[in-house]
Design a protein around this ligand. Structure first.
Ligand code: DX5
Ligand code: ZN
Length: 226
């Protein structure tokens, strides 16, 4: 079976004064998903944007032919449930949270799924995957952090590759359709290694928005994956 890779540019590194245009441009450049990093200055030491910004960007999350492009919300917030529900109402298509940010992980997953949105769990570099034993049958996405959450532009942490391999084993044993996404420090020159470890979805912020030609970067990434 061939893997369908997804490239998910993180608008954390976009020009915040022109977010709608940035979403449109990166979709024209070939983005498959829009990665939306939500930070609360509590779970992580940074503060970004909330459901109102997601709602404002929703009409921009489509191709020029009008095909919807999923909004992939990565919650770096604690607590999780109330804002997760607000993001679902604001048009998020996938919502992921960090299990260590929720007192009741299973309940948080249900809070997302009850809204008809796909649910994901996110694992920090030093966080074990153990919780998957009790949640793998409920989730649609596993997101492995290859940097510590909070900021764009950090260097890729190599031990994430071993964690991606283990997460891939969990997915295969489950027999379920679950996306395996990696977030942090991904560039055209390391994306192949991340894919070889078992990832199928790649977040990239500074690598794309830090360059003038978004399409050239996304094309290089696809070439590396082909
Ligand atoms: C970090 C965020 C990432 C970040 C990745 O907390 O979750 O999505 O934007 O940025 P780069 O690709 O620059 O490492
Ligand atoms: Zn992220």
């Amino acid at each position: 079976m061939t893997t369908t890779y997804r490239i998910a540019p993180s608008i954390l590194s976009a020009d915040f004064a022109r977010l709608g245009e940035e979403v449109t441009s990166v979709i024209e450049a070939g983005a498959d998903w829009i990665h939306f990093d939500v930070m609360d200055n509590h779970y992580v030491p940074n503060l970004t944007f909330g459901p109102m910004v997601c709602q404002a960007l929703k009409p921009h999350a489509k191709t020029s032919a009008g095909v919807a492009v999923p909004i992939d919300v990565h919650l770096m917030i604690s607590p999780v449930d109330a804002l997760a529900a607000s993001f679902a109402e604001a048009g998020a298509d996938l919502i992921s949270f960090h299990p260590d940010a929720s007192a009741h992980v299973h309940r948080s997953i249900q809070a997302i799924k009850n809204k008809g949105v796909k649910a994901g769990l996110v694992f920090n570099p030093a966080e074990p995957l153990d919780v998957l034993e009790w949640t793998i049958d409920e989730i649609d996405l596993i997101l492995i952090m290859s940097v510590n959450p909070g900021f764009g532009g950090q260097g890729f942490i190599d031990s994430a590759l071993r964690k991606v391999e283990r997460a891939r084993q969990w997915i295969e044993r489950s027999g379920r359709v679950i996306r395996l996404e990696v977030d942090g420090g991904i560039k055209a020159d390391n994306i192949r290694r991340v894919a070889d470890a078992g990832a199928d979805t790649f977040v990239a912020g500074s690598a794309i928005f830090g360059k003038p030609d978004y399409k050239a970067v996304i094309d290089q990434m696809r070439l590396a994956l082909s």
